[in-house]
Design a protein around this ligand. Structure first.
Ligand code: SAM
Ligand code: SF4
Length: 337
């Protein structure tokens, strides 16, 4: 593998937004079945359709060569794919050579075994999804997950030198009473916390409207208990951060429904099957796999320019009982969250 040359032509969409952040899905498969994410009987891509580890690394390099400075490995659950540490190493070689940061979003179940490898690959910050610290609730939300495994994974990640941010999807009637305890736990453990509004992506076994918890209301409730000072910090993602003064902690809010964040979008996503999606909330895409397999890196590179022209201005998410289908048929686990 060769080191990508410095970018000569950056990727800019038709609204003048520079694309510097790639979320790369390692696999659409998962060892959990979080209720808001997928149905219990979720079907996954046939293995033949999934890019090889080398092809995923090729895609990453093509983006780095065009000015992408941050890559997040995601899925599905990225760490259940056997080649995940190899991929992290292959991409990690570009850190400091065009790539500023390689990160990962994980459900944490494999972190006890893999944290040291991730650190060795150059990863320094990871997001771990943790919607509840209560064993029964965690099992209810994930359908069969064991929270102890994830908590041990988080401790292993910390011990390996990884900075951990906790992602918590705010779910009405399921974990809303755990938001403040989670914030206190994160503050005590030195983790940032990001709350996420549930998004209408893909069919699940229940009605998302029942679980939708608008974060503007959560923020108001937290502000009655704590002093929330808005921060300018952006980590390249969509979260808006506040410092919780009394706890010395940082809380991020991802509010696609209550406060659209698309104006500053710098992101694109590539699925494990090599589809480049220009927006989480739209179907506009280009097939990088066909280009890569038929024309190699030059063909892939040429496609990226065409792709920029079709990046939509913003998503059109809406959670509402009158909408009888999700805004986008594709699950977050397919696009790469
Ligand atoms: N499996 C890994 C995990 O759970 O962290 C990575 C992939 S997961 C799709 C990435 C993030 O998307 C997780 O924080 C998850 O909670 C969130 N997520 C999944 N489906 C969602 C939805 N419909 N609305 C909002 N967030 C969602
Ligand atoms: Fe799996 Fe992550 Fe979706 Fe949960 S949110 S089912 S862990 S992909």
């Amino acid at each position: 593998m060769t080191v990508a040359p410095p970018p000569t032509r950056s990727l800019t969409d038709s609204f003048g937004r520079r694309i510097t952040y790639l979320r790369l899905s390692v696999t659409d498969r998962c060892d959990l079945r979080c209720r808001y994410c997928m149905s219990e009987a979720m079907t996954f891509l046939p293995r033949a359709e999934v890019l090889t580890i080398e092809e995923l690394a090729d895609v990453a390099e093509a983006f780095i060569a065009r000015g992408v400075t941050k890559i997040r490995l995601t899925g599905g659950e990225p760490l259940i794919r056997r080649g995940a540490p190899t991929l992290a190493r292959m991409i990690g070689r570009h850190i400091g050579q065009g790539l500023d940061e390689l990160t990962l979003t994980t459900n944490g179940t494999q972190l006890v075994r893999q944290s040291a490898d991730l650190f060795a690959a150059g990863i320094r910050r990871i997001n771990v999804s943790l919607d509840s610290c209560d064993p029964d609730r965690f099992r209810l939300i994930t359908r069969w997950g064991k929270v102890e495994e994830v908590l041990e994974g988080i401790a292993a990640a910390k011990a390996a030198g990884l900075h951990v941010k906790i992602n918590m999807v705010a779910l009405k009637g399921l974990n809303e009473d755990e938001i403040e305890p989670m914030l206190r736990w994160c503050a005590a453990e030195g983790h940032d916390l990001t709350l996420i509004e549930t998004m209408p992506l893909g069919s699940i076994d229940e009605d998302r409207t029942d679980r939708y918890l608008p974060l503007d209301a959560v923020q108001r409730r937290l502000a009655e208990r704590f002093t929330l000072t808005p921060l300018d910090d952006r980590t390249g993602g969509p979260a808006r951060y506040h410092r919780v003064e009394e706890l010395g902690a940082r809380i991020g809010l991802i509010t696609p429904l209550t406060q659209n964040f698309c104006a500053g979008c710098n992101r694109v996503r590539v699925t494990a099957s090599g589809r480049l999606y220009l927006c989480l909330g739209h179907d506009d895409r280009v097939d990088l796999k066909a280009a890569l397999r038929e024309g190699g890196r030059p063909a892939l590179d040429a496609l990226l320019d065409g792709a920029m022209a079709i990046k939509p201005l913003k998503h059109a998410f809406r959670i509402d009982r009158r909408a009888d289908a999700p805004a986008v048929a594709r699950h977050m686990s397919v696009t790469g969250g």
